[in-house]
Design a protein around this ligand. Sequence first.
Ligand code: G
Ligand code: G
Ligand code: MN
Ligand code: NA
Length: 250
Amino acid sequence: IVLEGELRKAIEREEFVMHYQPQVDASGKPIGLEALIRWNHPLHGFISPAEFIPLAEETGLIIPLGNWVIEHVCGQLQQWQPQNIHVSLNLSTKQLQDPELPRTVQKALQTCGIPPALLELEITESAIMRNVTESMAILEQLKQLGVQLSIDDFGVSYSSLNYLKQFPIDKIKIDRAFIREIHTDRKDYEIVSTIIHLAHNLNLQVLAEGVEVQEQYHTLQRMDCNEYQGYYFSKPLPPEELDAFLSART
Ligand code: G
Ligand code: G
Ligand code: MN
Ligand code: NA
């Protein structure tokens, strides 16, 4: 169990690292990476975000921690820019209510001099629905910076299809709960197929999360899914292992 004081100190000491999970296109070529935080604890080793993000949310520490993620990921993105790889990062509910967020993102992009379109911000439906008016204003400002916006874990939580029309979204990431049995369960197949049609008709890109086996990949390829992510391609990797992955695949 993680304590607030310990987390606060870890943020001051910058005991965090980002791992990056590759995302590929229909031909298997790497086109993007999702940045996922890990706490490199001096005694306990790597701690999963599932263990400390909820506490960071409750205590408000997610704001300094999230700002560190934004700055760190932009710095890293600079290194991969020549390969034209986009990098996405996860925003929490509290960050989407932070009026300083657009300024923070803008400054990080400027400092690193990277094209804004290479940075993608992932937002969950529940974060948007928490405060629709407030998140709409912040998402509009973020969109004006030129970054890409995606809906994470699409389909699993309380949501309203209405926001697909109202919000400046570029991509949806279909939750892995729908992908797991897509090759064996007719209902999951129909749900995902319909989500992809809906998204494409609204000019949105679609990424499938949690692709673990070839049959899932092939089924999704036939549905014309745009991007794919999951253990079938790669687990999240530390940056130094990514260069090998990227050069082996391109
Ligand atoms: O990588 P892993 O499966 O352990 O991630 C667990 C959860 O933590 C996921 O829901 C993921 O979105 C979230 N997460 C990972 N990195 C970050 C981050 O940098 N910021 C926020 N807010 N959530 C993250
Ligand atoms: O909530 P979010 O989608 O951001 O969470 C992403 C998390 O899902 C990553 O931290 C990663 O560890 C996990 N993940 C990535 N690929 C797979 C996969 O193929 N199967 C499963 N079960 N989890 C995955
Ligand atoms: Mn995500
Ligand atoms: Na997700």
